[in-house]
Design a protein around this ligand. Structure first.
Ligand code: HEM
Length: 236
């Protein structure tokens, strides 16, 4: 596995970028026009407060910087600037991921109604317009939350091991590096899917990153159980 990774790592990362872009492109041209549009509706419901938006912004920016600097290593280019950028942003990414886990963990707990969303695969692959049960986050977003949280913890552990191994000849160094790299490629693919789903596949979602608000129509359609969950104190 280690040999395979070191021989094909450039190819692996090309695939990590290209495969999700192709899949999202196919989905966009096949299903996008069939999804509900909420572009013009008045946005009055607060979906993300300032803290949530700042955390998400820092997490996104540090992720982009960590990937860009990581690509220098993938292409075997020696760069001190890239090493420093990777080290600093790696830590920023891990720490902000912990902060994000803390503020969103309650919203990412699975409930019985999530099974229905999963059975219909969020209506992403049919022409159905009936809203599916979903709290503040739908079942797909909850899975994404847990995956990215676990991957962040994994990057922290493997990152610490790689720093420890610098300048030494540990037998496990290449194994850890292989897992670190494969997890990074997987995360890149996940984030491309996430960007597509939140910006392109669900019209009317994009603004939430800036003012934190969505329209009542958007909230009722995408997250019909959110209001009841808040009342029952399942969510904030
Ligand atoms: C780099 C560009 C990114 C963009 C444009 C973006 C966009 C968005 C948007 C629009 C939402 C709100 C979705 C909603 O209201 O339902 C969101 C939520 C979220 N984002 Fe991002 N995001 C980015 C990067 C990231 C990264 C790097 C991570 C984690 C590693 C991340 C993790 C999350 C999580 C956990 C949520 C809440 C659940 C979800 O919507 O899936 N995002 N993002």
């Amino acid at each position: 596995m280690t040999n395979f990774y070191f021989s094909y790592k450039t190819f692996i990362f090309y695939c990590a970028f290209l495969i999700p872009i192709i899949i999202c492109g196919i989905h966009f041209f096949t299903f996008r026009s069939k999804r509900q549009h909420f572009k013009s509706a008045l946005r009055t419901v607060v979906r993300f407060n300032l803290k949530e938006r700042i955390f998400h912004f820092i997490r996104s920016l540090s992720f982009i910087l960590v990937v860009v600097s990581g690509l220098f290593f993938v292409s075997n280019q020696e760069s001190i600037a890239a090493s420093i950028l990777h080290g600093i942003n790696g830590w920023v990414f891990v720490l902000i991921s912990f902060a994000t886990i803390y503020i969103w963990i309650k919203d990412a707990i699975f409930y019985d109604y999530d099974k229905q969303w999963l059975r219909h695969m969020g209506n992403y692959f049919n022409k159905e317009h009936t809203p599916l049960p979903s709290g503040k986050f739908n079942a797909g977003q909850k899975i994404f939350f847990w995956l990215t949280s676990l991957l962040s913890i994994f990057f922290m552990i493997t990152g610490i091991l790689l720093i420890r191994a610098q300048g030494e000849q540990y037998y496990w160094f290449e194994i850890v590096l292989t897992f670190h790299g494969i997890a990074a490629a997987l995360t890149v693919s996940l984030i491309i899917g996430h960007i597509y789903l939140s910006l392109m596949a669900n019209p009317g979602t994009f603004h939430v990153l800036f003012d934190g608000k969505v329209s009542k129509e958007w909230a009722l359609y995408h997250h019909p159980n959110w209001k009841t969950d808040v009342k029952k104190n399942k969510h904030r």
